[in-house]
Design a protein around this ligand. Structure first.
Ligand code: ZN
Ligand code: ZN
Length: 315
């Protein structure tokens, strides 16, 4: 019977990349400590009003429970943001889970509704399936989430937004960027982006945390998480998911290789690449006033297109 590396009791979780067995209690501490270390190294104590973007999935729920109590104990003002994308049969379940987590931790919850801007992701999906929109649903959804996160944080006076992006996705995504030569995208994936003016600082404290760790963390702590997948998750996710599967195979024979890659990318490769590329110039969207690389911004452009298509479909 394997024993916990810390206390010697019966172990439940084997962590290959640390070559260690843990009991549930010490596994929880191990994960928390590793996330604290990332937070302290890259983000630190410079922010006083922090917004956790929580979707209800295991990653953002883990991040919230790992970090929010610690920040609260340091006197930081903490809130949760849930973005209601209006996905039928899905959003209401997700919101219930997020509400449950918010009340467990007694943290205020802000709900931002895409419907208030005149449409939902279900509308986007219908237009996409009718071939009236070319851009895939997940791509529009991702852009909408990033926009609303920043806008709400700005309007409500938060100085940092934290999201639950984990290592597995980030490793696969950055490798795809290397393969396709998109170096400007490659340098955007980082544990901390300081922002400026209307661009609120963004942090990804789980960037070195394996998905398996958040899965076991919510299990060990028996936290409420959303068990259903978004109905628009593509069956075939293309290159990113193939790379991810490849990384998981590599990881079996070389435990820790994904984390090592991410460390080297963030600490060594990115600083070198950043020196070579020009920062993209930001303008302010003439419709909504938020910063963007284009005018109107991506959000306002797609919004007016969707509203126009909806009028056409309905009228
Ligand atoms: Zn133990
Ligand atoms: Zn705009």
């Amino acid at each position: 019977m394997p024993r916990c590396r810390v206390c010697g009791r019966r172990a439940k979780y084997y962590v290959p990349w640390s070559n260690a067995w843990f009991c549930p209690e010490h596994f929880i501490r191990y994960v928390e400590r590793s996330v604290f270390r990332v937070y302290e190294k890259y983000i630190g104590g410079r922010h006083r009003r922090v917004l956790f973007a929580v979707s209800g999935g295991k990653d953002s729920v883990s991040l919230l429970h790992i970090l929010a109590p610690k920040l609260l104990s340091e006197g930081v003002d903490v809130s949760i943001l849930f973005i209601d994308l209006g996905i039928e049969g899905y959003t209401s379940k997700a919101l219930k889970i997020v509400e449950e987590n918010a009340s467990m931790l007694k943290i205020p919850l802000i709900v931002s509704r895409l419907r208030d801007y005149g449409y939902t992701i279900t509308d986007v999906a219908e237009l996409y399936f009718k071939k009236l929109l070319r851009r895939p649903v997940c791509s529009i959804c991702g852009m909408v989430k990033r926009y609303l996160m920043n806008r709400i944080a700005y309007e409500e006076g938060y100085d940092l937004v934290l999201t639950g992006h984990t290592l597995d996705d980030a490793a696969a995504f950055t490798l795809v960027n290397i393969l396709s030569g998109r170096i400007d995208e490659l340098v955007k994936i980082k544990p901390y982006n300081p922002g400026n003016h209307k661009l609120i600082a963004r942090g990804k404290p789980l960037l070195f945390t394996y998905e398996a760790e958040t899965k076991w963390y919510v299990e060990a702590r028996n936290l409420p998480v959303l068990r259903v997948k978004c109905p628009y998750t593509p069956v075939e996710e293309g290159l990113v998911s193939e790379i991810k599967a490849m990384l998981h195979r590599l990881e079996e024979r070389h435990p820790g290789i994904m984390r090592m890659y991410m460390r080297n990318l963030i600490d060594k490769l990115q600083p070198a690449i950043s020196r070579e590329i020009k920062e993209s110039r930001l303008v302010y969207c003439s419709v909504c006033g938020m910063p963007s690389s284009t005018d109107p911004c991506g959000f306002c452009r797609i919004r007016s297109r969707i509203l126009e298509l909806k009028r056409g479909v309905e009228g």
